[in-house]
Design a protein around this ligand. Structure first.
Ligand code: NAD
Length: 273
């Protein structure tokens, strides 16, 4: 599928993997990219990107991906100015890591301390429910445009209309200290498999990438000691993955119409026991 001229929405576009995906999409000559992030640095990121490209391609939208009114405003604006949104990489994500169960055995009465429900809800909202809704809204964007043009069910004689790549994680296979994050990322597998089956009615594909540890602020926040002592020894590459390597894989998945499942881009990482 040629990405040239298409309209994309990338959440978490202000940093790390999302930002690298925006750059890759510019090199594919997409028409417009809605760059969504909580961080207002996206205004500078978009301004610099537009200057580099010599045209207005990046359009910043600062807000919270879990807010459905904000999501609707982003889509209405992109659709109104550029047409249906047919590419989506909902990459905004957070971690709120902690061991799921802690038992303090000091004193006569051992005490228990479970992972906070509030943190669990927030991670599920941001990392699972939000990306699925941004993906569903993208499918709807294409579906409504087709309906306006009198088109119903997509047929293989037509070209593919668009694609979504959800951003999972190697942690979806289980990782100590990441009960909420691993649950959210594993949940995306079920969402991808379901959306892939439903979205083809409108000529859309949905796939999922599971990146390994990638050199972004999210991973750097874990601290250099943790990265060198616990992550790098468990990878085959012996280094963090570069954001542009993950962005290259995502772009391939968006473009290649045979891709409909999951890709593990994990640098040979395996979780320790
Ligand atoms: N870095 C890794 O090793 C790695 C590995 C596997 C998966 N991932 C996933 O890749 C995606 C991107 O992560 P990254 O490593 O680039 O992290 P990052 O922290 O560099 O970027 C995440 C971006 O999401 C934005 N964001 C967070 N919550 C938001 C919200 N509620 N609304 C709007 N924006 C919000 C942040 O402001 C930030 O700019 C995430 O989904 C993450 O879970 C990362």
């Amino acid at each position: 599928m040629d990405l040239k001229g298409k309209v994309a929405v990338i959440t978490g576009g202000g940093s790390g993997i999302g930002r690298a995906v925006c750059r890759k999409l510019a090199s594919e000559e997409v028409q417009a990219v809605g760059v969504v992030d909580l961080n207002d640095e996206i205004f500078t990121v978009c301004e610099e990107g537009n200057r580099e490209q010599g045209r207005d391609i990046f359009f910043p939208f600062c807000g919270d991906v879990t807010n459905s009114e904000f999501r609707e405003k982003v889509f209405a604006s992109l659709e109104g100015q550029h047409g249906p949104v047919s590419l989506c990489v909902p990459a905004a994500g957070i971690t709120l890591d902690r061991l799921s169960v802690k038992v303090n055995s000091k004193g006569d009465q051992p005490t228990m301390d479970l992972y906070s429900e509030e943190s669990f809800h927030r991670v599920i909202d941001v990392d699972l429910i939000a990306p699925v809704y941004w993906a569903m809204r993208t499918i709807a964007s294409v579906g409504v445009d087709r309906a306006k043009r009198g088109l119903k069910q997509w047929s293989p004689e037509e070209s593919m209309q668009g694609a979504i790549v959800l951003v999972g994680s190697v942690s979806s296979a289980g990782n100590r200290g990441q009960i909420s994050y691993a649950t959210a990322k594993a949940g995306l597998e079920g969402a991808q498999a379901t959306l892939a089956k439903e979205a083809v009615f409108y000529g859309m594909r949905c796939a999922i990438i599971h990146p390994g540890f990638t050199d972004t602020p999210m991973v750097r926040a874990m601290g250099d000691d943790l990265v060198s002592n616990y992550i790098l020894p468990n990878t085959q590459l012996g280094r963090l993955i570069r954001p542009d390597e993950i962005a290259g894989a995502i772009c391939f998945m968006l473009k290649n119409s045979a891709v409909s499942g999951s890709l593990w881009a994990d640098a040979g990482w395996h979780p320790s026991a």
